[in-house]
Design a protein around this ligand. Structure first.
Ligand code: ATP
Ligand code: MG
Length: 702
């Protein structure tokens, strides 16, 4: 093992080594551009802390940006330290870290032990419903807003605040301000909007609490509360390592600070040029804050880029250097100039994708197997664009896979099965109840469901208790008043008996896998899918199987950990947090083109990156321009050898506005006048220099 680590260290450059060898008790910031080895150095530093400084593996906590990044880190550490040590290091995303804590110590922050996670989609749905009653008022004052704005306001308040108390105080203030004397004009409009936001927020939080749910921001805030309540909770952590530090928000930073106070140490890595979560209140200023909170902090800069060719970096630089306020310095390419990136315009988005598809096929063939499908990534901005690309690749029979965000656990068939299990774990979960009871259809519509939910609220019972007729006399009476046809009543009874059986299985210690198997049979799930999805039911059946394999894998993992709380709860939390987790679907589609959002591509790299739809309407998209520029920068810097940018002069797939003239993104204006980009011709692929490509990718030429 030692020799593994020393070989690894030998390959690092001087600044990288300096970061790895930096004294273990002096806080460190690694500030550097894309592809300069920040993640690599963090990993090496962890290995060095353990093998050289004898810090115990379970006393190191490493926070990665995604599950994929965490997995990669663990794999690398296993190579360097061996399975036994690597397994003990606490590596994960900040959310999974908080969830693990809260499962263990729920009682300390007055959480009901069976709490569940409310993911972003569900959170948005809830806010949409809560906004409904305020619509009239807003309209009468001519105030334009929508549930997306409100959702954003809610999470942004929670992410800016550093404690639950602070959130409550802010809401109080907002509501008090709104109740002050009437004013006129815009001033009063602003106040009305403010008060609607605050009220929706408050109601939303109350509802989450009564449904025993935590959203993503709550996970952080509750964990912070836990650490604040008793410092000994954080004592185990001797060294905290944080990747992608530029995207931490205030709440997350506060949590990290708490974990590190009392003479423990922290190492962070990040790149202000890649800060693309400002819309989620991430705050680059946290680099400065850290220096203030830990005055001994030192910085190491890295400037050699090992990922991309010179021409890809030149193109990327031309995009980012337009931002005159940026503080970062440029990176230097280690790799040769390589193949010049291309920017091409097409008449129609369809032609754009057609071109990219043929390019994938051609490159794959021309490279004689050196490039496989998995070496290609198509990066997009929106769900619509994702669907469009997925559809096109499917049609052309190119294996493809969607990375994170809109991934595996968001699939309808997976969500249905999870809803049953969620209800077993948390019987107050109205959303889960509504999804489960309606799939397969049992003649129970949304009106009946909302009546059942409101009976539950009035009688202070869980939805499940009401549905089961299993509570107070008052509830039973109220339930009788809900008109339901005979088949619906029968359907409801069948439904509750399924849930009862599952609960019994849980009590008897059955595995999640067995519960899923039971559900699959009991619901005749395969036939249900076949009936409802003629086109792609087979794919959906595979997803169900994927879920079952996932459950099995997780159980093996549980056996290795001392788990508190139920295995079912652990499984459900992991599903909610693991949108990019490995599932067996990945293995099926092992050699497949990746479709990802630019945001989810952060930290990753591919030999060939294709970015379609680089129009003025997609870049900049909805966030502020500086951040939008960085999004395109992050996307381009993912490429190792080949980079394609395309756009078309007619509306793209996600546009409703047919009249606008579609132009190339303004972020590329500088690049176009610069020779780092071909704008007219496609490099002749047949003539592609395979040995040059092999050299860039460090692969053996065919
Ligand atoms: P990002 O900002 O995109 O997250 P990063 O700074 O974390 O990038 P890494 O992902 O660690 O960069 O490294 C980028 C690539 O460079 C990886 O493929 C890594 O293996 C390689 N690399 C890093 N350092 C060296 C080195 N000293 N020698 C050779 N290759 C290196
Ligand atoms: Mg990285």
């Amino acid at each position: 093992r030692k020799s593994n680590l020393s070989t690894f260290l030998r390959d690092l450059n001087d600044s990288q080594i300096r970061a790895v060898l930096h004294p273990p008790d002096i806080p460190l910031q690694i500030l550097a551009g894309p592809g300069t080895g920040k993640t690599t150095v963090l990993t090496a530093r962890i290995a060095f802390l353990i093998s050289h400084h004898k810090i115990l593996p379970h006393r190191i906590c490493a926070l990665a940006f995604s599950n994929k990044a965490a997995d990669d880190m663990r794999i690398r550490l296993t190579e360097l330290l061996g399975e036994r040590s690597a397994r003990l290091i606490k590596i994960g995303t900040i959310h999974s870290f908080c969830a693990a804590y809260l499962r263990k110590y729920a009682a300390y922050v007055r959480l009901n032990a069976s709490w569940a996670i409310c993911d972003e989609e569900e959170s948005r749905r809830r806010i949409k419903a809560l906004l409904q009653p305020h619509k009239e008022l807003l309209k009468s004052h001519n105030i334009k807003t929508n549930s997306i704005d409100i959702s954003q306001a809610v999470s942004s308040l929670k992410e800016r605040c550093t404690s639950l108390e602070e959130v409550a105080r802010c809401l109080d203030n907002a509501i008090r301000l709104a109740n002050l004397d009437e004013n006129t004009g815009t001033e009063s409009r602003r106040r009305i909007l403010g008060s609607v936001k605050a009220e929706v927020h408050r109601e939303y939080d109350t509802k989450l609490q009564s449904a025993n749910l935590l959203d993503f921001s709550d996970l952080i805030l509750y964990a912070a509360k836990l650490f604040a309540s008793n410092q000994s909770f954080g004592l185990w952590c001797q060294h905290l390592v944080v990747d992608e530090f530029q995207d931490t928000d205030n709440a997350q930073y506060e949590l990290m600070r708490q974990l590190v106070t009392m003479n423990r140490c922290i190492t962070v890595a990040g790149d202000p040029d890649q800060a693309i979560y400002g819309w989620r209140s991430a705050n680059v200023k946290n680099f400065r804050k850290m220096e203030k909170d830990f005055p001994l902090t030192q910085r190491v800069h890295l400037d050699k880029n090992y990922r991309s060719t010179g021409s890809i970096l030149a193109t990327s630089r031309a995009i980012i250097s337009q931002d005159k306020t940026r503080i970062s310095t440029d990176v230097i390419a280690v790799k040769p100039w390589g193949f010049t990136p291309v920017l091409l315009s097409f008449a129609h988005p369809k032609d754009e994708l057609q071109f990219l598809v043929s390019e994938i096929q051609r490159l794959r063939e021309a490279s004689n197997g050196m490039l496989r499908f998995r070496d290609f990534a198509v990066l997009v901005r929106t769900k619509m664009q994702r669907d469009f690309v997925e559809h096109m690749l499917q049609k052309e029979l190119i294996p493809n896979r969607v990375n994170k965000g809109f991934g595996f656990f968001g699939r309808q068939e997976v969500k249905i099965l999870l809803a049953y299990l969620e209800l077993v774990e948390n019987e107050s979960d109205e959303d889960a109840f509504s999804t489960a009871v309606q799939h397969p259809a049992r003649g129970i519509g949304s009106a009946t469901i909302s009546k059942i939910c409101s009976v539950a609220q009035r009688c202070r019972r869980s939805v499940l208790q009401i549905a089961e007729h299993n509570s107070s006399a008052q509830a039973a009476e109220e339930l009788e008043t809900i008109t339901m046809h005979q088949p619906a009543r029968r359907g409801l009874a069948e439904f509750t008996s399924i849930i009862q059986n599952l609960r019994k299985m849980k009590r008897e210690g059955c595995s999640v896998f067995r519960m899923l198997s039971y559900l699959k049979v009991e619901l005749h799930f395969e036939e249900y899918l076949q009936r409802n999805y003629e086109d792609d039911w087979q794919r959906r059946v595979r997803h169900v199987e994927g879920l079952m394999v996932y459950a099995q894998d997780l159980e093996a993992k549980i056996a290795n950990e001392q788990l508190t709380g139920s295995p079912l709860q652990y499984f459900l939390h992991t599903c909610k947090l693991g949108n990019d987790a490995k599932t067996s679907e990945d293995q099926d589609d092992f050699d497949s083109v990746i479709i990802s959002t630019c945001h989810a591509a952060k930290g990753l790299e591919w030999p060939v990156v294709m970015i379609p739809f680089v129009t003025q309407s997609s870049y900049p998209g909805i966030f502020n321009k500086k951040e939008e520029r960085r999004v395109l920068y992050v996307a381009c810097t993912r490429a190792k050898a080949l980079l394609y940018l395309t756009f078309s002069s007619t509306p793209s797939a996600d546009s409703e506005d047919g009249d606008t003239v579609y132009k190339c993104s303004e972020f590329l204006s500088d690049v176009i006048s610069n020779e780092s980009l071909h704008t007219t011709q496609v490099p002749s692929i047949t003539g592609i220099d395979l040995s040059a490509l092999a050299n860039i990718l460090e692969r053996t030429p065919p």
